[in-house]
Design a protein around this ligand. Structure first.
Ligand code: HMG
Length: 395
């Protein structure tokens, strides 16, 4: 049975910081962030937004795009590394906010930025095996990427969610069996239980990402090559979508893959094969679990090439680490469907924050888990605060 992405939805905060402005405030040449890292804007959530509200908003868009009824969702998984509770999963709040059926398997997955991909692979196997019995899986990657103010990681923050509806009607992308995985216990990036900010050994994390890419890519070549009986290389792809902590990382990744394939000019194909996938991420920043899927949405909404029936290579990396290289084939009308979501317009409508405003929000977010809930219930998916140790949301 075929399985893959039937629809997708994106949520980003309505506010962002201009990276050139952040660079000036930190006494750094703007070129370092904009060209050196390849990011122009980073999304910054206001205090009424958290991993739950972003997830619910993205899911609403994915379900509405194909008119999916609540009772048709048989599995809801949220992949996140910025959960809101040690025990209760983000997915339970989302189930409540969206009014999904009680006959639904609901849980959360964690493995840094790989958590969403772990859930997606599980859901795809569930559909392929026939166990889904016609039901769909809603996989949501939702995160708020946060490093300390003034640290080298600061310009690589971001926030957002991507929801993926997985079913046996893959109107966007059919996922192919035969991926390559790579896992290695490394301390490149982590967030201790007592901290809101991630800790990162930045340059080492870049090397860990590239090592994992090589491991997963070679594993995929062996698996897919054995199944297909031919030597597989990246020449098979009309596009490559890499995990994007910042745009320059995708360039390094692509250079590495092409070099492994023996390409003497490994950068020559970058703009054609990778460029369209970076249009949206360069304006949002790192959204951890959702980063690679935002890049996929960017490819489908920005590419000028007709990708129908063409193959896309996908590389997901989660620090710590676990990585997977897998592939999908673009469905007819997929690009028109994603364009119709108006993702570029969604980003254009956002408001720029001044640096003092951004710093004030960063401080306020430290105490969000204990903020007393507002009395006025309000509407829309908003985080209102806590009451009797319970998180309260506007529906
Ligand atoms: P840094 O040390 O401040 O920057 O931090 P740098 O000195 O390495 O410079 C960055 C680039 O800017 C360099 O380019 C410079 O040459 C260039 P490169 O050599 O890499 O090609 N540059 C300039 N370019 C133009 N004009 C200028 C200029 N000046 C310098 N004036 C670092 C960079 C990425 C380490 C830091 O931002 C960081 O620690 N970020 C967080 C970690 C991260 O994103 N790691 C990525 C791999 S791990 C991963 O992806 C997993 C993750 O998503 C987490 C998860 O899985 O959950 C992070």
């Amino acid at each position: 049975m075929h399985a893959g992405l039937e629809s997708l939805g994106i949520a980003v905060p309505p506010t962002y910081v201009e990276l050139a402005e952040l660079a000036r405030a930190r006494g750094v040449a703007p070129g370092k962030y904009v060209d050196g890292l390849g990011v122009t804007r980073m999304a910054v959530p206001l205090v009424d937004e958290d991993t739950v509200t972003l997830a619910a908003r993205a899911a609403r868009m994915a379900l509405d795009a194909v008119g999916c009824a609540p009772e048709d969702v048989g599995m809801l998984v949220v992949g996140t590394e910025t959960a809101v509770d040690h025990s209760k999963p983000v997915s339970s709040y989302v189930q409540g906010l969206l009014g999904l059926s009680t006959r639904c398997r609901v849980f959360e997955t964690k493995h840094a930025c790989y958590g969403g991909t772990a859930a997606l692979q599980l859901a795809t196997d569930w559909v392929r095996s026939g166990s889904a019995k016609g039901k769909k899986a809603l996989i949501i990657c939702s995160d708020i990427a946060r490093y300390g103010v003034g640290t080298p990681g600061e310009p690589t923050q971001g926030a957002g969610a991507v929801a993926l509806l997985v079913s046996d009607k893959p109107r966007l992308l059919t996922l192919e069996a035969g991926s390559g995985v790579y896992a290695n216990d490394v301390m490149d990036f982590w967030r201790p239980l007592y901290s809101k900010d991630a800790v990162v050994d930045g340059h080492y994390s870049v090397q860990c990402y590239l090592d994992a890419l090589e491991g997963a890519y070679k594993a995929w070549q062996e698996t897919a090559g054995n199944a297909g009986g031919e030597g597989y290389s990246s020449d098979r792809f009309a596009a490559l979508v890499y995990h994007v902590p910042y745009g320059k990382m995708s360039r390094k990744a692509h250079r590495h893959v092409r070099t492994l394939d023996g390409d003497k000019e490994p950068d020559a194909s970058f703009e054609r094969l990778v460029g369209p996938s970076l249009v949206l991420p360069s304006q949002v920043g790192n959204i951890y679990t959702g980063s690679m899927y935002l890049a996929l949405a960017s490819l489908l909404s920005s590419s000028r090439e007709d990708l129908t029936g063409k193959r896309v290579g996908l590389f997901s990396y989660g620090s710590g680490s676990c990585a997977e290289f897998f592939t999908g084939v673009v469905s007819p009308e997929a690009q028109a469907r994603v364009k119709a979501l108006g993702l570029e317009t969604l980003l254009e409508r956002r408001r720029a924050l001044s640096i003092p405003e951004y710093e004030q929000i960063m401080n306020a977010r430290e105490k969000l888990d204990e903020k007393p809930a507002e009395e006025t219930p309000g509407t829309g998916f908003r985080y209102l605060g806590t009451r009797d140790h319970k998180r309260i949301y506007a529906r």
